[in-house]
Design a protein around this ligand. Structure first.
Ligand SMILES: *Cc1c(COP(=O)(O)O)cnc(C)c1O
Length: 360
């Protein structure tokens, strides 16, 4: 018996999407971003599917340690770096490359005597105002780090784009120019582009690119789907009908009775809810595929169930297959219906959802 709610992960699609990155950035090395449990797809599963990437990036030290303990040999960058000596020791033990973005990190490095033990990514803040040194701090910080015996030289350099998904916004070119001007005197390796940078900004294609969401077949842009960009969606979320019944004019459906029936129809109950990661704020009208056909969500999403209007499928019956997103229904479209971004949907799949790997 198949579980009620399951996610099918197409690992061939992950490899296809990596090739798409290579087509967009043929001269760049690829740091595949697999933080947050591989954007909800499984950290080790995705790392194995992406063995041919030049490096991986994770957010936290413990994510990198998990990859090493599983035998992953690729270079691994840790995007949030470290905040204490214990974390640096773990980075050294497991040969993980921290992003260096704060003076506390510089001081910790200066207190160490090891030789060439740690490759780093020095991060410049060119306008995101999250992590990184300001351009006016860069030269002094670079000199200090360059004198630390523990750090492997040459030091790699990076910045992060705040608004690359908006192709009209001048911020991106300003960030790229500020970064290039600040590091102009150095020939060190550089990295700028996330998925949106790779897809929309030629100027961001430097030595290393850092694709995340596009590897999972998802578009970083609000006005397109991954499929329209030549990507293949990796995750499909599925369940089935567990009840089908008539409802009458005036009946209210679900918690708080937010949806009222205005003409007699057939109601379907699907075994999926926010307890599985289906978005609680998906609006009435959000499309759901029942037997491959679109029907609208009605009423509130509850923890374990949603309700749909089966007006167009009066013969549907309990057990019939339901797709929440995947083939024929882009996760990007569901994100719009739930006032969110597709990143949160795939990241939010919960433990209860059974994973089915697919390799064709
Ligand atoms: C998450 C992240 C990426 C990948 O971003 P996508 O939009 O998923 O491609 C790249 N670089 C940094 C620093 C990140 O935090």
């Amino acid at each position: 018996m198949t579980p009620a709610a399951y996610a099918v992960l197409n690992l061939e699609a992950v490899q296809h999407n990596l090739q798409v990155v290579r087509r967009y950035a043929p001269d760049a090395k690829i740091m595949a971003v697999i933080k947050a449990n591989g954007y909800g797809h499984g950290l080790l599963r995705i790392a194995e599917a992406l063995q041919s990437a030049d490096a991986f990036a994770v957010a936290r030290v413990d994510e990198g340690v998990r990859l090493r303990k599983a035998g992953i040999k690729n270079r691994i960058a840790v995007l949030e770096g470290f905040t204490c000596v214990e974390e640096l020791d773990a980075l050294l033990n497991f040969k993980l490359d921290p992003v260096v973005h704060s003076f506390i990190q510089v001081e910790i490095f200066e207190s160490r005597a090891e030789q060439d033990a740690c490759a780093i990514w020095l991060k410049l803040d060119t306008g995101m105002n999250r992590l990184g040194f300001k351009p006016n701090e860069f030269n002094a910080v670079y000199q200090r780090l360059n004198r630390c015996s523990i750090i492997k030289r040459p030091i790699s350099l990076m910045t992060h784009l705040a608004n690359a998904d908006d192709k009209q916004d001048a911020t991106t070119l300003k960030q790229i120019r500020l970064f290039n001007e600040t590091v102009a005197a150095l020939g060190n390796e550089r990295s700028i582009a996330n998925s949106a940078g790779i897809l929309a900004w030629q100027e961001a294609l430097t030595d290393w690119v850092r694709p995340g969401v596009m590897l999972y077949g998802i578009s970083p842009f609000a006005d397109s789907t991954g499929e329209q960009l030549g990507l293949k969606p990796v995750m499909g979320l599925h369940s089935r009908l567990i009840a089908v019944k008539p409802i009458a004019t005036g009946d209210k459906v679900g918690y708080s009775g937010t949806w009222t029936c205005i003409k007699p129809t057939t109601l379907g109950v699907v075994a999926i809810g926010y307890g599985d990661g289906y978005p609680r704020y998906a609006k009435a009208g959000t499309p759901v595929l029942v037997n491959g056909q679109r029907v609208p969500l009605i009423g509130r999403v509850s923890m374990d169930m949603i309700t749909v209007d089966l007006e167009t499928q009066p013969d549907a019956k309990p057990g019939d297959p339901v797709t929440l997103w995947g083939d024929g229904l882009a996760v990007e479209e569901i994100a719009i219906c739930a006032d969110t971004i597709p990143y949160t949907l795939v990241c939010g799949i919960t433990q209860r959802v059974q994973i089915v790997e697919q390799r064709v």
